[in-house]
Design a protein around this ligand. Structure first.
Ligand SMILES: Nc1nc2c(c(=O)[nH]1)N[C@H]1C(S)=C(S)[C@@H](COP(=O)(O)OP(=O)(O)OC[C@H]3O[C@@H](n4cnc5c(=O)[nH]c(N)nc54)[C@H](O)[C@@H]3O)O[C@H]1N2
Ligand SMILES: Nc1nc2c(c(=O)[nH]1)N[C@H]1C(S)=C(S)[C@@H](COP(=O)(O)OP(=O)(O)OC[C@H]3O[C@@H](n4cnc5c(=O)[nH]c(N)nc54)[C@H](O)[C@@H]3O)O[C@H]1N2
Ligand code: SF4
Ligand SMILES: [Mo]
Length: 727
């Protein structure tokens, strides 16, 4: 791309335009950095998976400000608007300060003793009467890894529950399944430095400028790269690209097949790499027969010369990377699309070299941690439930009988919801997620939650989910607890406590330890554990020799370096860990070769109809975090984006008689939302509309389709059919 653009009204250029600054006190506010009594606590941002290094300024026991960590290898001092206001979440209104139990239909404050009695009494009764299927745990990507590691053991071995999954299935599950299919194991192969070193960067369904803002400076640091953005909307990220392919919804597979065909026809395949390191090439080539440029252009709705240009740029680049996020994963074909992105990189020999890799950009601050250490889709350390060696090794490390390990994963999130609806699951422990706002088809989800005999919710704030709970457990949040997060480039960083949690709130770690104590399984599962550091020490041992090897990491090493990338074995590790996976071209499949898969596109199951003629796309904006339990309470962010809106193309607006600023009702066959602010904008194509999913008050998940990828079980959040009318 060309020299960094200066956008109108932003004297500092793109970074100012994107609101990326260095500290929370910039501008007219007094510079508290010089106030002698301010203590600075080095930590990692608790919002997105970029994993920015920052410091919390503490005075008189209060978190009063934050600033970017100039030394940090990820963000080099800058923070985005959410990071810059993060200290404000700690003292925001709406924090939970006491356990609550339901007494004659009313939630009332209770002691921890009483809350744990009610919770564990309830769980034990359900499991005794109906077996380990009767209660499920739904967790998150926003705890520290030490907590995930503890929770997995507690849920599967302590409580003995069959089903434990989390909101990461709504998010990264398709990337995980796609990596496993192609490479034989999970783990993002590339790293952020690749953004600076690549000659061509393909971004598929990833709006970095809003959602991973501090990756944009990394991209802008590489003005010679050709940046290609594939997104149906003209996002801020698309505005930064050399080439924007505004594909029709969910036509990515067709586009990628078309690009692969051009690459093959033009002789741009790295035949040596393909011969030495892959399998399935002939089947892949055969599957591309029908994908002529004309067909691809017609189906994707983009000019054929742009498809060709993208393919040539990627195919000819000495170093090319392909990164993606939810425009890919949020689809019933998510896993398959991920394998095709991997194939594009493999066929062109772009794996394991600087600037040359596939890279899933993760969502939550520690979605990676639960993939590594959680006990959900796999056992800790990516050990498989059905592999004898994995079982034997884990049992030995934990000093337990191998027969005590479960022999299969539990239900995935949407299948837990189905289990509640059919009466199999009667109790649910929800930790750090807010399903009524975030799960597709809210009516059906709420019907499920209403059926539960026992709903326990553990959160830092009052939320739409805590409002439904029989037992509420108040949790400490970011800034109030210790541990580690892993970011999108496998970088493990320290998260540190700056202040005490309010009232009776406790860290999730302490809550899990208290539950274990109450159950009487502490000695068996958590021998001599007192703090997260004890969990980390055990986890470093348990992960040794695994793909996510922490063997050579210590809290001290993480603190001094701004993070270490796994694998980092105890012996022979590079300082800072391993920047890229698969540099040797040896993969974790049976044959050691990566697998290429043919993929056929499937039509959207709920295409536009007479009653619902528009395709609804959903996603995010930079100011807000998910269901707004945090950012909705930070006035500087809330003021920037106080309510939901619907983006409508000028042509549709004309046809519907809508003008900017009108209020609209948006309906699907599942539900409707009222009084949504209309934005008429040419950034969206005729026939499509976009609504952010952050707003409980105008919850777009009342409209979305509860249809899931058959392999990863991830929801198809990005396309369903709706109607828009003036309210
Ligand atoms: N500000 C902010 N940042 C966040 C978050 C947040 O809530 N707020 N959440 C974090 C989390 S958990 C996640 S998972 C990430 C998500 O990060 P992103 O994936 O960047 O976020 P989305 O806005 O959900 O979707 C990205 C883009 O996919 C596009 N898209 C829709 N349909 C298609 C399609 O068919 N094909 C293609 N190619 N693109 C399509 C949308 O138009 C949208 O611009 O963000 C993380 N960062
Ligand atoms: N339509 C549509 N729906 C979507 C998406 C979309 O693009 N479109 N995106 C999906 C994706 S990718 C994701 S990741 C999900 C996210 O969906 P959710 O997980 O429901 O969203 P959050 O608001 O992040 O919920 C996290 C909860 O944890 C609480 N919390 C924060 N810190 C802590 C802590 O330390 N301990 C505890 N116990 N609680 C804490 C917060 O207060 C909050 O209530 O939404 C999904 N839903
Ligand atoms: S880019 Fe992500 S990690 Fe960095 S400050 Fe913003 S929200 Fe935090
Ligand atoms: Mo996510």
């Amino acid at each position: 791309m060309g020299a960094p653009v200066k956008l109108p009204g932003s004297p500092g250029g793109v970074l100012d335009w994107l609101g990326l600054s260095k500290d929370a006190t910039a501008g007219p506010a007094p510079d508290t950095r010089s106030a002698p009594e301010t203590q600075w606590v080095r930590t990692t941002c608790g919002y997105c998976s970029v994993g920015c290094g920052m410091e919390i300024g503490v005075r008189d026991g209060l978190a009063v400000t934050v600033r970017g960590d100039d030394e940090h290898p990820v963000n080099r001092g800058r923070l985005c608007p959410k990071g810059l206001a993060e200290h404000r979440t700690i003292t925001a209104e709406g924090r939970l300060t006491s356990p609550l139990v339901t007494d004659s239909g009313q939630q009332v404050p209770a002691t921890w003793e009483r809350a744990l009695d009610t919770m564990l009494g309830g769980i034990t009764r359900l499991v005794d009467a109906h077996g380990p299927d009767a209660v499920a745990v739904l967790s998150t990507g926003q705890l520290v890894t030490e907590e995930f590691y503890a929770l997995g053991k507690l849920a599967r071995l302590g409580l003995g529950l069959a089903h434990h999954d989390g909101n990461t299935t709504l998010c990264m599950a398709s990337a995980v399944s796609g990596y496993k299919a192609t490479f034989g194991a999970d783990g993002p192969p590339g790293c952020y430095a690749d953004l600076e070193e690549a000659d061509c960067i393909l971004l598929v369904g990833a709006n970095l400028a809003d959602n991973h803002p501090l990756l944009v400076p990394r991209l802008l640091a590489n003005p010679n790269a050709t940046v290609i953005v594939v997104d149906p909307r003209v996002t801020k990220t698309a505005m930064l690209a050399d080439l924007h392919l505004a594909v029709r919804p969910r036509t990515d597979i067709t586009l990628l097949n078309g690009m692969l065909k051009v690459i093959i026809d033009e002789g741009l395949v790295d035949t040596d790499y393909v011969a030495a390191h892959t399998e399935g090439y002939d089947e892949l080539v055969a599957s591309l027969d029908g994908f002529s440029l004309d067909r691809v252009a017609a189906e994707c709705g983009v000019p054929s010369h742009d498809v060709r240009r993208a393919a040539l740029a990627f195919g000819r680049a000495p170093r090319a990377m392909a990164a993606w996020t939810m425009g890919v994963n949020h689809s019933v074909q998510g896993t398959q699309t991920v394998t095709l992105i991997n194939s594009l990189c493999l066929v062109t020999g772009n794996v394991g070299r600087p600037g040359a890799a596939p890279l899933s950009i993760t969502g939550q601050c520690n979605a990676m941690g639960t993939r590594e250490a959680g006990f959900t889709a796999s056992m800790p350390g990516y050990r498989k439930y059905d592999v004898a060696d994995d079982r034997a090794e884990l049992a030995q490390l934990w000093d337990i009988d191998e027969a005590d390990l479960p022999n299969q994963r539990g239900r995935a999130y949407p299948d837990i919801i189905d289990g509640i609806l059919d009466g199999t699951i009667r109790g649910l422990w929800v930790i750090g997620t807010n399903p009524p706002v975030s799960f597709p088809n809210r009516d059906r989800l709420e019907a499920a939650l209403a059926r539960l005999d026992l709903l326990v919710v553990q959160d830092g704030f009052h939320t739409p989910t805590t409002a439904l709970a029989h037992v509420v457990l108040p949790a400490a949040i970011w800034g109030e607890k210790d541990g580690t997060y892993t970011n999108s480039e496998r970088r493990v960083s320290r998260v540190r406590k700056a202040v005490d949690p309010p009232g009776l709130a406790r860290s999730d770690f302490d809550i899990f330890m208290a539950v274990a104590e109450h159950l009487g399984c502490s000695k068996r599962l958590f021998p001599n554990w007192e703090t997260p550091a004890d969990a980390f020490a055990e986890w470093a041992r348990v992960s040794a020799g695994r793909p996510c090897d922490y063997g050579g990491m210590s809290y001290q090493a993480l603190e001094s370096s701004g993070g270490v990338q796994w694998p980092c074995p105890a012996e022979g590790a590079q300082p800072g860990g391993t920047a890229r996976l698969y540099a040797d071209g040896v993969f974790r499949t049976q044959t050691g070769r990566a697998r290429l898969f043919p993929v056929a596109p499937a039509p959207i199951s709920e295409g536009p109809s007479a009653a619902f003629p528009l395709v609804l796309n959903t996603g995010r904006t930079v100011e807000h975090w998910h269901t707004r339990t945090k950012t909705g309470r930070v006035s500087v962010l809330e003021a920037l984006a106080p309510e939901a809106w619907v983006e409508v193309s000028p042509a549709d607006a004309r046809r519907l008689g809508l003008t900017a600023g009108d209020r609209a009702t948006v309906s699907s066959s599942r539900g409707s939302i009222d009084s949504v602010l209309v934005r008429v904008t040419a950034t969206i194509r005729e026939g499509e509309v976009f609504i952010p999913f952050h707003y409980d008050e105008a919850c777009v998940n009342r409209l979305t389709l509860d249809e899931f990828d058959p392999i990863s079980r991830e929801p198809n959040y990005k396309q369903c059919a709706v109607r828009v009318e003036r309210s």
